[in-house]
Design a protein around this ligand. Structure first.
Ligand SMILES: [Zn+2]
Length: 217
């Protein structure tokens, strides 16, 4: 296994398209999680189809972006969003992302039944965020570092630790370059984060490809 980081972006925010540009310049691929029926997080189909054509992964972020506790139909949230995205993007959707990083076991089960191969949870899914060879973690609740203005300064440390432990690490992004967006980091901070990981010799991959590297050991 090579040290690998998966970059994951939530909610289909328009500002993330600037991050896409930077990734494309560097020929790097990332994962973007879209909710298929949430008015609070609209996204433009044509734009994101282009992102998908660039080789980035599109994953499901549920239909409604409801909290797990108030979700009426977990099967619908996981399966309908998957089918909708597969129709829109004409490729299979293998990665799920729990809204609010909230992944109770009934929702993990729904995601598994819907046919996802891996799902991203949150900060508390697992205390150790580095997945190393020989671990047997639950890939239906993969933990991650939450990238934001407070934490992005640690990217150099995360990169070095990924190499030291020969690990797979997942990062969660929201705003990139829009001060109004949730947990925004600037584009310069994003570029520095990429520099840190690339400089340390970490492979940068989509969530699905990172999980595959990890599964193969
Ligand atoms: Zn979200």
């Amino acid at each position: 296994m090579k040290p690998t980081v998966s970059l994951t972006f939530d909610d289909g925010l328009a500002c993330q398209l600037d991050a896409v540009k930077e990734l494309n310049l560097r020929n790097l691929k990332a994962t973007f999680f879209l909710a298929t029926g949430c008015p609070e997080y609209p996204w433009d189909l044509k734009t994101w189809q282009e992102v998908s054509k660039n080789g980035h992964e599109i994953g499901s972020h549920s239909v409604s972006h409801e909290k797990a506790a108030s979700m009426r139909d977990p099967g619908f949230e996981t399966l309908h969003s998957k089918r909708t995205l597969e129709l829109h993007f004409d490729r299979s959707v293998k990665s799920y992302c729990y809204a609010y990083t909230d992944a109770p076991s009934f929702l993990q089960e729904a995601a598994r039944k819907a046919g996802y191969s891996q799902a991203r949870g949150g900060r508390v899914a697992r205390p150790d965020k580095y997945y190393v060879r020989g671990d047997r973690p639950n890939l239906m609740n993969v933990t991650c570092f939450h990238v934001g203005p407070e934490t992005v300064k640690d990217s150099g440390v995360w990169a070095k630790e990924t190499v030291r432990r020969n690990a797979w690490l997942t990062l969660m992004f929201h705003g990139t370059g829009d001060p109004q967006a949730w947990d925004n980091i600037s584009l310069d901070q994003f570029k520095k984060l990429l520099d840190d990981f690339q400089g340390a010799g970490v492979d940068i991959k989509t969530f699905a490809d990172g999980a595959d590297v990890y599964r193969r050991g």
